[in-house]
Design a protein. Structure first.
Length: 243
């Protein structure tokens, strides 16, 4: 029987972004990579809220499943894992964090995200895609990969992305730093070697999660699953086999 792996994409991406990882996984996997509310085919689905996303994943996934998330999708995956408990058998987080620990930090980020959301709403998706491609955390991608990411990003709408930023952004969600010890499943934290911020966050998380392993991918930046999909697939399948 195939193992089910649910993959949650990052902000401005869609479920299609997982294609290279999916193609590198062993055939024993059945992968579900939904478009998160505010993105792709779910661009108009409202509310773009944490409760909505948790309900979507809980309704889509079978009774037991592995869960993986990248960046925003990783933060959401943490919330899903804590919400559905033993249904998640393994959790993998790529370039992700449990959120901002301090209330004043979240409030400041919420204000910044609201300003960004208003800016996004004034653009076409083509204009926004060009601007977002300059985000420093995404630097270092090859021209081929930049083109693929741009194609995926244009599957979105600016109203949808603005709604997702307001409802699912870092400032909008509660911190999970204090709840990491509640995770009772094997957790794999994956970060790119060049993504120093998230390598440091992953190291902190590793010390707080009962059964956690850190995998730093050589030469990769923030978007590890895009830059090194075969390596990510190997990590996912290896941890699954061990479990």
């Amino acid at each position: 029987m195939a193992s089910c792996l649910v993959c949650l994409h990052g902000f401005t991406h869609t479920g299609a972004s997982w294609g290279p990882v999916v193609r590198s996984l062993p055939r024993r996997y059945r992968v579900l990579a939904p478009d998160i509310r505010g993105h792709g085919s779910a661009a108009e689905l409202r509310p773009a809220s944490l409760a909505g996303v948790i309900g979507d994943v809980a309704g889509l996934a079978p009774a037991e499943f592995d869960l993986c998330g990248y960046s925003m999708g990783g933060r959401l995956a943490l919330h899903v894992a804590l919400a559905v408990g033993p249904r998640v058998k393994r959790l993998s987080l790529i370039g992700a964090s449990p959120g901002l620990a301090e209330a004043n930090e979240r409030a400041a980020r919420l204000r910044a995200d609201e300003q960004l959301a208003k800016s996004i709403e004034r653009m076409t998706i083509a204009q926004f895609a060009r601007q977002w491609a300059e985000t420093p955390v995404l630097a270092g991608l090859s021209e081929e990969l930049v083109a693929a990411v741009d194609e995926d990003r244009r599957r979105n709408t600016t109203p949808g992305l603005a709604a997702a930023l307001r409802g699912l952004g870092t400032g909008a969600l509660p911190s999970l730093w204090e709840r990491l010890s509640e995770l009772e499943v094997p957790v794999t934290l994956i970060a790119g070697e060049r993504d120093h911020k998230f390598v440091a966050i992953a190291k902190q998380m590793t010390g707080l999660i009962p059964d956690a392993r850190l995998e730093v991918v050589p030469g990769a930046g923030h978007a590890v699953h895009l830059e090194a999909p075969d390596v990510v697939a190997a990590i996912l399948s290896r941890r699954s086999a061990e479990g």
